[in-house]
Design a protein around this ligand. Sequence first.
Ligand code: NAP
Length: 259
Amino acid sequence: MDLGIRGKRGLVCAASKGLGRGCAEALAEAGVDLVINARSADTLERTAAEIAARHGVRVIPVAADITTEQGRAAVLAAVGQADILVTNAGGPPPGKWTDWTRDDFIRVIDANMLTAVALMQALVPGMAERGWGRVVNITSQSVRSPIDVLGLSNSARLGLTGFVAGMSRAVAPNGVCVNNLLPGIHATDRAEGLDSGVARAQGISIEQARENRKAAIPTRSYGTAEDFGATCAFMCSQHARFMVGQNIMLDGGAANISV
Ligand code: NAP
């Protein structure tokens, strides 16, 4: 399917690896010129060069912490105008609800809610003025099916979800579609970290922890960054014109919910 976005300009945050990279790859395959971001310059530059060579698009890497004002300023300066924005950042650590301090909450709300809000505030007005734009916020399955040990994530991401529910309707008349993409478990470094934590806590091997988790997913498998990226690229395509303010779950059916 031709996604109809060849020649558009996109920003994909936190994209040297994992789900962000999956989104960048799929957008590049659709012909989108990109700015991609992550903190470690080496991995990021290698990823940018690989994506550019594979898909024949321009990919500018900007090494910066997207959760800081300074980092966002560097990324936004490299982007100028964008037609497509994919917001993403590292996820918060697991823990126990009684242990989290105010500072922990502020840090995570900054990283996983207010960073996406600031990027949308910077780029969406330009999209609206030009009459076309697409935003995909990478959030989490925890928005619809909370995970107790990821309470910091549940809290910050629900805040972002509430914000998007309102602003997406405000910009839809201008041709800008803002939606959230909710990953369930995907085979990335983040999943490896979570599985290692479970293995340690339960005194089992990481392989066993992975098998146990897979057994709870109706597909009996983890998602991949490629699956995830393809869905993201569709949400950024011309065909997604009528998709507004949605929370699209990619979890292999793991959450036992009807809507
Ligand atoms: P990942 O494989 O660990 O990759 C994270 C990427 O983000 C890397 O490129 C990393 O590069 C970059 N990054 C991290 N913090 C950053 C920051 N402050 N500024 C800029 N770049 C940053 O993680 P992932 O699995 O793709 O997860 C992406 C998001 O989806 C996370 O928020 C995660 O919580 C959420 N999620 C993932 C899963 C899953 O199963 N994978 C499930 C639910 C939700 P640097 O380290 O070099 O910065």
